[in-house]
Design a protein around this ligand. Structure first.
Ligand code: F6P
Length: 327
């Protein structure tokens, strides 16, 4: 009979996202509930390579559910991308007797998990922790809701001043490869234009639309642009608009990393807790090398191999809604 897992490790990797602490807490407490020893691996895969591994108890994760960031810290580990780095990581896990891993991170972190679990006999379970929501196989990722609400709060404030001065604001939100933060924050703040990496930005149409707005004296406008938009970020767009329509009174605001920090929303705390609980259940039930998602409010499992291949898609209907509502 196969030996049951008795020791597991948990780590957070890549860009941090609000709710990661809630997920760590759920993994630790569910693991201990089932009689497992749970180890925290510091600074993502770096802690595996450099043997920074600490035993966690129920009390180690007290008073963290409401905190942004991650108590285990995080990093992007280039040594783990090499076979030598992964061999070191494996040796260090063996030293501690760790037999299964919970990896909380985005698609880059899942790629690391995929390669590692294919090479070594350490099963992995992934939890989608990224503000970008760019992982197919789940309706939500841990941190997206908080990040998008941070952006909404900021854009609402920007609209006040835009309105006072009759100005156009270009607000850049995060999303190197994904436009979900831009799309959701833009729709919910009534942005006149939303520019995202998934859809080609038609610059000529944008200029024409502002020339037309100028004529009918619609001067208060918000453009929400994702940092990874195909045209470029807010600064490039501002330069172009200023060149084409010099009379535009225009300002740029780049929201940046404030979107990654702060107390997680209730929604993020709840999904992180559910997903963390199910990650441990997965390891115990030998449902290995999957990541946990929530689809239609139900927990679901996607093989990590598939998760790293697929991206979320943004349908044209979203863009139609933006256009109709922002007249
Ligand atoms: O967490 C994802 C993300 O927010 C991307 O949208 C962004 O481009 C990236 O992180 C920036 O991360 P960092 O500044 O940590 O390299």
């Amino acid at each position: 009979m196969k030996k049951k897992i008795t020791k597991i490790g948990v780590l957070t990797s890549g860009g941090d996202s609000p709710g990661m602490n809630a997920a760590i807490r759920a993994v630790v407490r569910t693991g201990i509930y089932h009689g497992l020893e749970v180890y925290g691996i510091m600074r993502g895969y770096t802690g595996m390579v450099e043997n920074e591994i600490v035993k966690l108890e129920n009390r180690s994760v007290a008073n963290i559910i409401q905190r942004g960031g991650t108590m285990l810290k995080t990093s992007r580990c280039y040594e783990f991308l090499t076979p030598e780095g992964r061999a070191k990581a494996y040796e260090n896990l063996k030293k501690h007797g760790i037999e299964g891993l919970v990896i909380i991170g985005g698609d880059g972190s899942f790629k690391g998990a995929q390669i590692f679990s294919n090479e070594y006999d350490i099963p992995c379970v992934g939890l989608p922790g990224t503000i970008d929501k760019d992982i197919a196989g789940t309706d939500f990722t841990i941190g997206f809701d908080t990040a998008v609400n941070t952006a909404v709060e900021a854009i609402d404030k920007i609209r006040d001043t835009a309105d006072a001065h009759d100005r156009l604001f270009i607000v850049e939100v995060m999303g190197r490869d994904a436009g979900y933060i831009a799309l959701h924050s833009g729709i919910s703040t009534g942005a006149e234009h939303i520019l995202i990496p998934e859809k080609k930005t038609k610059v000529a149409d944008l200029i024409a639309s502002f020339q037309e707005k100028e004529k009918r004296k619609k001067l208060v406008n918000i453009i929400v642009i994702a940092e990874g938009d195909d045209f470029g970020g807010a600064d490039e767009l501002a330069k172009l608009l200023k060149k084409e329509i010099p009379q535009l009174d225009l300002r740029v605001c780049i929201l940046g990393h404030i979107q990654r920090g702060g107390a997680p929303s209730c929604f993020d705390r709840v999904i992180a807790s559910r997903m963390g609980y199910h990650a441990v259940e997965c390891l115990l039930e030998e449902r290995f090398n999957v990541f946990i998602g929530i689809v239609n409010n139900k927990i679901c499992y996607t093989p990590i191999n598939e998760a790293v291949k697929k991206k979320q898609r943004i349908s044209d209907e979203w863009m139609k809604i933006v256009k109709i509502l922002a007249t």
